[in-house]
Design a protein around this ligand. Structure first.
Ligand SMILES: CC(C)(COP(=O)(O)OP(=O)(O)OC[C@H]1O[C@@H](n2cnc3c(N)ncnc32)[C@H](O)[C@@H]1OP(=O)(O)O)[C@@H](O)C(=O)NCCC(=O)NCCS
Length: 441
C-alpha cells in the first residue's frame, strides 16, 4: 500500500495540476464504477476525488455496475444467475435480483455523494431496448442503450447536479432492462461529447503478459482486441471494447484504472504518467496541414522561436503566403507545435523547417512526431531527401530523428546563397527518405 501511496499525487503537485485546470474546465467526464469498487473501502476517497473534480468545474456523470452485489445476493439465496455482467441473457429471476442489487448500490452511492456535499439525481435520461435474439439465443431482459436524453443531462450538469446512472434502464414501454454498465458509460460519453470515459475497476489497468499498458493508442488497442493470442480477463475485455467504441465515436480518451488505490482517480487525470491505462485517439497527438485561420497562432510560435534565434524570424505575411507548407500539432484544439516543408524547386529534396514546440510540451515526443510526419509527407510529395538547417538543435535532428551530417553541397545553389546572406551559419543535416521504410513498422 505504501508504494501505491507514493505513486499518488502530492500537495506539491498542485502547481502542476493548475496547468490542467483551464484545459478541463466545463468538460464532461463519464466515470463508471464497478459494483465491487462501490463496496470497497476506497470508495469514499473516490467520491472525495470526484468532489475535487467538481470544484475544478469538471462535469461528472457517474455510472455504477452491480455484478459484485448481484453475485452476493444470488449466493445468499443459492440462486443460479443466468448472467452476471449484463451481456448474456437475463432471465426473470436474475432480472429481479439485478433490480434489488441496483437499488442497494445506488443508495450506497447516494449516501457517499451526500456525505461529500454533492448534489445528485437519478433520472430516466437513458432509454434502453431489448438486445433480442443473438446467435439464436434470446437475451430476454438484457438491454442496450437506445437513446440518451443529452439535453436533460446537460441541464443537470449546468445546474451543478451530478447525474447518477444505474444499469437498470427502462425501455419505451417503461419496462426495466439490465444493461451492461461498461456499454452504458460508453454511450453516455459519446452522447455527451465527454472528454474522458473512465472505468474504475478492481484491476491495475489493461495488462498484457502481466504488464500494464500505460499509454495505448487506439490502433494498438484494436489490434490487441483482435489478437486471439492475447488473454484478457472478460471484465477488462468488456471495458477495453467499450473504450475502443468510444474512441471510434470521437471520445478523445478512455482510462481503465484501479479503483482500489487511494487518490488513483486524481493521479490518473493530473499526473503525467498516470496510474492505469489511458487509451488515446490516434489523433490525440494530432498533426494536420495548417489552414489560413492558423496564421496568427503560427506567427506567435515562430516569434517565440525567433527570440532565441532557434528559428528564422518570419512575418505574418510570409506565413500566410506559405501557409500550405505548414503542419500543426494540436492538443485539445490548441496549436502547441508546428513544422514546415519547404520544397527545393527542380530537385528531389525538401527542407524541414520552422520546427517548434511550445516549451510546456517539450520532452513529450511532440518534436520528433512532427519531424517524422514531415518525413512521411515529403516522401508522399515525391522527395528523396530531407534537409534540416539548424543552429541549435543538431543533437535533436541527429539523435532523435536520425539525420546525418551533410554539407552545403546538399543544398541547391539558390538556398546556399540565401543561407550565406542570412549569416546564420546553420549546420546542414540530411535524411535519405529511402530509409523511411525501415523505420515504419
Ligand atoms: C527542438 C524541439 C522542436 C524539440 O521538441 P520536443 O517536443 O521537446 O522534442 P521531443 O520530445 O520529440 O524529443 C525527442 C528527443 O530529442 C531530444 N532533444 C530535444 N531537444 C533536443 C536538443 N535541442 N538537442 C538534443 N536533443 C534534444 C529529447 O531529449 C528526446 O530524447 P529521447 O528520445 O532520448 O527522450 C523543441 O525543443 C523546440 O521547439 N525548440 C525551439 C525551436 C527549435 O530549436 N527548433 C528547431 C529549429 S529547426
Amino acid at each position: 500500500m505504501s508504494s501505491q501511496r507514493e505513486r499518488t499525487i502530492k500537495p506539491t503537485d498542485l502547481r502542476g495540476i493548475l496547468r490542467y485546470v483551464p484545459m478541463f474546465r466545463d468538460h464532461v467526464f463519464v466515470i463508471a464504477v464497478d459494483g465491487s469498487i462501490v463496496s470497497h473501502e476506497n470508495f469514499p476517497n473516490i467520491v472525495t476525488d470526484i468532489a475535487v473534480l467538481r470544484s475544478l468545474s469538471i462535469k461528472v456523470v457517474l455510472v455504477h455496475g452491480i455484478g459484485h452485489q448481484l453475485v452476493e445476493l444470488a449466493g445468499e439465496d443459492n440462486i443460479a444467475l443466468s448472467d452476471i455482467q449484463g451481456e448474456g441473457p437475463t432471465d426473470v429471476t436474475t432480472m429481479s435480483l439485478a433490480r434489488e442489487a441496483s437499488a442497494l448500490v445506488s443508495q450506497s452511492v447516494l449516501e457517499h455523494l451526500s456525505q461529500a456535499g454533492l448534489r445528485c439525481a437519478i433520472t430516466n435520461a437513458v432509454r434502453a431496448t431489448k438486445v433480442g435474439v443473438i446467435k439464436g439465443k434470446n437475451h430476454l431482459f438484457t438491454g442496450k442503450v437506445e437513446k440518451v436524453d443529452a439535453p436533460l443531462l446537460k441541464t443537470m450538469l449546468a445546474q451543478d447536479i451530478l447525474p447518477l446512472v444505474t444499469p437498470i434502464v427502462c425501455d419505451r414501454e417503461g419496462q426495466s432492462l439490465r444493461v451492461n454498465s461498461d456499454h452504458l458509460a460508453m454511450e453516455l460519453a459519446v452522447a455527451l461529447g465527454a472528454s474522458k470515459l473512465i472505468y474504475l475497476t478492481p484491476f491495475p489497468g489493461l495488462q498484457v503478459d502481466g504488464v500494464v499498458k500505460v499509454n495505448l493508442p487506439e490502433d494498438e488497442l484494436n489490434a490487441l482486441l483482435a489478437n486471439k493470442q492475447v488473454k484478457l480477463d472478460p471484465r477488462i475485455r468488456s471495458k477495453a471494447m467499450q473504450a475502443a467504441k468510444a474512441l471510434d465515436e470521437d471520445v478523445p480518451r478512455a482510462h481503465i484504472l484501479d479503483g482500489r488505490v487511494f487518490g488513483g482517480l486524481l493521479t490518473e487525470i493530473f499526473d503525467k504518467v498516470g496510474l492505469g491505462t489511458m487509451v488515446h485517439a490516434n489523433d490525440y497527438d494530432r498533426i494536420r496541414q495548417a489552414k489560413k485561420k492558423d496564421a496568427q497562432a503560427l506567427y506567435n510560435l515562430a516569434k517565440n522561436g525567433a527570440k532565441t534565434d532557434a528559428l528564422v524570424s518570419r512575418t505574418r505575411q510570409q506565413i500566410e503566403t506559405s501557409i500550405n507548407d505548414f503542419y500543426v500539432y494540436e492538443i485539445d484544439d490548441s496549436i502547441i507545435g508546428c513544422a514546415a516543408l519547404r520544397p527545393y524547386a527542380g530537385t528531389k529534396a525538401m527542407e524541414v523547417c520552422a520546427v517548434y514546440v511550445q516549451p510546456f510540451y517539450h520532452g513529450r515526443g511532440v518534436g520528433r512526431k512532427l519531424v517524422e510526419f514531415t518525413k512521411r509527407r515529403a516522401k508522399e510529395l515525391g522527395a528523396k531527401k530531407l534537409i534540416a538547417l539548424t543552429t541549435q538543435t543538431q543533437g535533436f535532428f541527429q539523435s532523435a530523428c536520425g539525420f546525418q551530417p551533410g554539407t552545403q553541397a546538399d543544398l541547391p545553389a539558390e538556398r546556399r546563397q540565401e543561407l550565406k546572406s542570412s549569416g546564420r551559419n546553420s549546420v546542414v543535416l540530411t535524411f535519405s527518405l529511402s530509409r523511411l521504410q525501415e523505420s515504419v513498422r
